[in-house]
Design a protein. Structure first.
Length: 279
């Protein structure tokens, strides 16, 4: 059986399995880590989502970074990655109207997917938008042809569609989110629980706040570990957890690193990012 036929058969099974359906925690990405066609390409990452509390599958570093950005934006309420354009017959019709080849493998038409279906909360209620992520250097003629099929497909449904390149992503902000992303969930560090956080967070905050950004944060957190008599690295983890949950805030336009000083503001202050910046 040819590669194209194998992928076609795989996609038929994915549709029967409910891939591309559901919302929130119940959504099933059309492409997942254990799919043979993904594994053969050698690049995929899996992250436990902040908003959906399910595993997200991203197929490139650009997708992964954009996912971090979406997690940070308060107005985003749902993120559905690897979203299929179904029925396939409709995208084939659009391709025919445009006079271009449909997405295919060895001449066999395959289901098209887009990177992110994003649900946002607006003053008028919930709205879906679609964003596909691609480095500017990879926007070839063929890629743009396939994107035009996507654009027209979603235009018919009244859904805003756009391309996100690395030039449209705030690098420092996303790097900062990446720095503390995994600390969102206490379960990622078995020695930390809600009780421990509650016991030391006020003193930890006061020590960092009074330092006024004069000491590298790694050194300050090591001191705190010794003061509190807790396992090395715990204070740093709790700091990251409080930033990830937006219970503490800092200037996200400044690069956060262990070796850099850090200024934080009062405990319950939140910092939001406008959805307008999504593109």
């Amino acid at each position: 059986m040819s590669k194209g036929k194998k992928i076609q058969k795989l996609q038929q099974n994915q549709i029967r399995d409910g891939r591309g359906q559901g919302t929130g925690k119940d959504y099933k990405p059309f492409i997942q880590a254990h799919d043979n066609k993904v594994a053969s390409e050698g690049w995929i990452s899996r992250h436990l989502g902040w908003k959906t509390q399910r595993i997200h599958n991203t197929l490139s570093s650009h997708e992964r970074r954009f996912l971090y950005y979406l997690e940070w934006i308060d107005e985003v309420v749902d993120i559905r990655e690897q979203f299929p354009l179904l029925p396939q017959s409709r995208t084939e019709e659009i391709a025919k109207q445009l006079g271009i080849k449909h997405a295919n493998v060895e001449g066999v038409p395959v289901v098209m997917t887009t990177d992110f279906m994003i649900t946002i909360q607006t003053s008028k209620g919930l709205v879906d938008i679609v964003r596909t992520v691609k480095p500017a250097s990879k926007l070839s003629k063929r890629t743009l042809e396939l994107f035009e099929i996507e654009r027209r497909y979603f235009l018919e449904q009244g859904i805003d569609w756009g391309i996100i390149t690395e030039k449209r992503m705030p690098d420092i902000l996303i790097s900062n989110i990446e720095w503390f992303y995994e600390a969102r969930y206490l379960s990622t560090r078995p020695t930390v629980d809600e009780e421990l956080v509650s016991l030391i967070k006020h003193d930890l905050f006061n020590i960092i706040f009074r330092d006024e950004g004069s000491t590298p944060i790694s050194k300050l957190c090591i001191r705190c570990d010794k003061i509190f008599g807790i396992e090395s690295g715990t204070s740093m983890f709790i700091l990251k957890h409080m930033l990830a949950t937006k219970k503490w805030s800092t200037d996200m336009n400044l690069k956060l690193r262990n070796s850099n000083p850090l200024k934080i503001t009062n405990l319950e202050e939140t910092q939001s990012v406008s959805i307008d910046n999504v593109g």
